[in-house]
Design a protein around this ligand. Structure first.
Ligand code: URA
Length: 236
């Protein structure tokens, strides 16, 4: 059981003070009864909470899928750039949102935005082997040797080790499109893996996290909530 004002303030964009005002004005009903006392405790799992007559689905955490466009940074705040969190609409916004893993400013595709630190840690830790799938357009063709070099993992000149990757050629040719799956997320990892083979990533798009593909209906810059069954697909 937790205070109604604390629970409501954790759900959205409203401060605790604003929530208290709303409650005082009689705009909140719990199980059909109006409440004007912010200190009332409720069970977020069981009690029906209505704001202005509309039932609120109380959730401990939120998980959002964003199709990140180029030019946006994977951060919660930035003084200079638009961030992935800036793209979250008011209807999904709540305090404490952050991207679970970073894509470079020029990388596009699937960014998971959440306020659940434990979940983020779970899907990002290389120990859990949750593969992130990228589509990379390269500047040069890829030889069998390059593929086995990148697939088996690389130690860079500065001593950085990059774990093994799964590679698949989607479009062969002079500027191939390659699907690459990695389970760690070191700085510029995919770009550095191809650079180690003397190649260059011209464009990079994340298409999948674990078993969950980016919803192709989402245009660049659009996002939507991830359903509970989709969330399971990430870790399965
Ligand atoms: N690897 C990169 O080089 N860049 C990204 O944005 C993601 C993975």
């Amino acid at each position: 059981m937790e205070r109604i004002d604390k629970i409501l303030a954790s759900q959205g964009n409203l401060s605790r003070r604003e929530v208290k005002e709303i409650i005082k004005k009689g705009r909140v009903h719990i199980n059909g009864v109006v409440v004007t006392d912010s200190a009332v405790k409720i069970d977020a799992e069981k009690d029906a909470v209505l704001l202005d007559g509309v039932q609120i689905t109380l959730k401990k955490h939120i998980y959002i899928m964003l199709n990140k466009p180029q030019g946006v940074v994977s951060a919660s705040e930035s003084e200079t750039d638009k961030t992935v969190v800036d793209l979250v609409p008011d209807s999904l916004y709540r305090k404490g949102l952050f991207p679970a893993g970073r894509l470079d400013k020029d990388t596009t595709g699937f960014v998971l935005i959440t306020d659940d630190g434990d979940f983020a840690h779970r899907i990002l830790s290389p120990k859990n082997h949750i593969f992130k799938t990228y589509l990379a357009r390269l500047s040069h063709s890829l030889s069998e040797n390059d593929i086995s070099l990148i697939s088996s993992g690389i130690t860079l000149a500065d001593g950085t080790t990059l774990k093994e990757a799964k590679l698949e050629i989607v479009e062969a040719g002079d500027t191939p499109l390659v699907k690459i799956m990695i389970c760690e997320g070191k700085y510029h990892q995919v770009k550095r893996m191809f650079a180690a083979a003397g190649n260059k990533v011209v464009s990079l798009h994340r298409s999948k996290m674990g078993g969950l593909a980016l919803d192709t209906a989402l245009k660049p810059g659009e996002c939507r909530e991830i359903t509970p069954s989709e969330l399971e697909k990430i870790t399965e």
